[in-house]
Write a protein that binds this ligand. Structure first.
Ligand SMILES: [Zn+2]
Ligand SMILES: [Zn+2]
Length: 254
């Protein structure tokens, strides 16, 4: 039993596949998925995905999303009331794609942390080329009060340790299966098993042996298999731990 803790199955490449996508998921032993919101405009599609019993949703505005409705604390709280919304995000900082308006990104990230604390829901945090500011804002805004996950983790052990210290979980994607991800593989060996999640971030970042293809939730066992190989554990142990962690963190009913 595996859970894809972060996917975008509402994106056209995946949603167009209808039931077939979920049949492949079930066949691969992937029992649940969390469909992560990236803006308010697409939220109705995310929520329609979450009409399935085994799909959960989150609400947030991704740091790369520069147009559309702005994420105020009030609006996030209003949308988070939906019974299938189990988290706030994805949110965070991305200085790789968007260097030009860092202060605006930081304000938006602060709003998400405040909404997560006020709604008592965990955060889904995206960080790229911005680890120092990400951790700083998490500390300044008291993100340890709501907890959450550092999704699609690609940072150093020091950043992982800082997030773990704030009570956060670390989620690994298909990147950990890439041959050149040498440093990341070391981090995947050392994150405590009870704080580890697995994800696809599909449709992006398909794991080996599907690298370069459209990713989907049914591929998440390949992420678990690589982590198990690195830690010299049976894959069932990683599957069970990441599944237990998912339900503990997101307090999702199943
Ligand atoms: Zn992301
Ligand atoms: Zn994502």
């Amino acid at each position: 039993m595996y859970i894809d803790s972060h996917c975008h199955i509402d994106f056209p490449d995946l949603s167009a596949q209808g039931d077939a996508l979920f049949e492949r998921m079930a066949a691969a032993g992937v029992t649940h998925a969390l469909c992560v919101g990236v803006n308010f405009e697409n939220l109705p599609r995310v929520l329609s995905m979450a009409e399935r019993a085994n799909v959960f949703a989150s609400v947030g505005v991704h740091p790369e999303h520069t147009e559309g409705e702005e994420a105020t604390v009030e609006r996030l709280l209003e949308l988070a009331i939906h019974p299938k919304v189990v988290a706030i995000g994805e949110t965070g900082l991305d200085y790789y794609w968007h260097k030009d308006r860092p202060e605006w990104q930081r304000e938006r990230f602060r709003n998400h942390i405040r909404a997560a604390r006020a709604s008592d829901k965990p955060l889904i945090i995206h960080t790229r080329d911005a680890a120092e500011d990400t951790i700083r804002l998490m500390r300044e805004e008291g993100a340890d009060q709501c907890g959450g996950v550092m999704h699609c983790f690609t940072e150093t052990q020091d950043v992982a340790d800082a997030a773990l210290e704030l009570g956060f979980y670390i989620s690994f994607s298909g990147i950990v299966t890439f041959k050149n991800a040498v440093a990341l593989k070391e981090v995947a060996k050392r994150v405590p098993l009870e704080r580890l999640l697995i994800e696809t971030d599909s449709p992006y970042l398909a794991p080996v042996p599907y690298r370069g293809k459209t990713n989907e939730p049914s591929y998440v066992p390949h992420v678990a298999a690589e982590i198990a190989r690195l830690r010299d554990l049976p894959v069932e142990v990683v599957a069970q731990a990441s599944t237990d962690n998912f339900f503990r963190l997101f307090r999702a009913a199943h």
